[in-house]
Design a binder for this molecule. Structure first.
Ligand code: DC
Length: 242
């Protein structure tokens, strides 16, 4: 992986990466965070944490009053590094539970609920206020950080994404088969794209990266080219704080 010429980074940027599951967002965001020494914000982890809590407390996701109450009573804290976003709920680190298949299945429905999105929007905005962050999700460039310095929209053929996701799950020791993973992923995409609030879509100002035929190194090359360009332009416009 090529190193970015460090002297060209003039201010801590906010970089947004949106796109459907399995398009390579998190792999790239982590690699980019390592190259730039930035923080990595996995916003899906927040929606997964809310979902985990709803399952654990046996709250009916259809009962909006109960969801609102839960959101109001929940203290959600983030711990970001360049590699991982840890989520703490009322003092408990729930990160190890976020990839449970039951959580994955329900998260698209939970993430369509207005009180959940409202609560998590404020937390995400706060996490990015100092810049120096790479955030990935579904509505980062469109809703969370509309003024991000760089916005990418990752996409890839759904079958390719499903195969990648299936390999990831197998590596994590989760029993799966490719065809059901592809089916679940397509169902999740549909929900994420068709919800009323902050749906998954490409913003007008996002750069599209189709990762279907690209390996992670090639994706990084494409991204780094854009980062260098924006930093050079930003040097003239926005001086780096001493
Ligand atoms: O990125 P992920 O697979 O961990 O995301 C899990 C779900 O969370 C995804 O199906 C939709 C939701 N999500 C969202 O609605 N908005 C985001 N910014 C990130 C994730």
């Amino acid at each position: 992986m090529s190193a970015l010429p460090k002297q060209k980074i003039k201010k801590p940027l906010v970089i947004a990466i949106d796109g459907p599951a399995g398009a390579g967002k998190s792999t790239t965001a982590k690699a980019l965070a390592a190259v730039l020494s930035y923080l990595y914000l996995d916003t899906g982890a927040l929606y997964r944490a809310m979902t985990w809590k709803i399952i654990r407390e046996k709250v009916d996701p259809g009962d909006l009053a109960a969801i609102e109450l839960l959101c109001a009573s929940l203290d959600l804290k983030l711990c970001m590094t360049g590699e991982e976003t840890q989520v703490w709920l009322n003092g408990e680190n729930v990160t190890p539970f976020l990839r449970d298949p039951a959580v994955t299945r329900l998260t698209s429905s939970v993430s369509a609920l207005p009180p959940v999105r409202k609560k998590l929007l404020a937390i995400q905005k706060k996490a990015g206020e100092k810049g120096g962050i790479i955030a990935e999700g579904r509505d980062i460039g469109t809703v969370v950080f509309p003024d991000a310095d760089l916005k990418f929209y990752f996409d890839a053929d759904a079958d390719v994404r499903g195969k990648r996701r299936s390999q990831d799950l197998i590596k994590q020791g989760i029993d799966t088969d490719v065809s059901s993973t592809i089916r679940d992923l397509k169902a999740r995409d549909l929900k994420d794209r068709s919800r009323t609030l902050a749906p998954l879509k490409k913003g007008n100002d996002a750069i599209i990266i189709d990762t279907t035929d690209l390996n992670p190194d090639e994706v990084m090359q494409a991204i780094l080219k854009e980062v260098v360009q924006v930093c050079e332009a930003a040097h003239a416009r926005v001086p780096f704080p001493a």
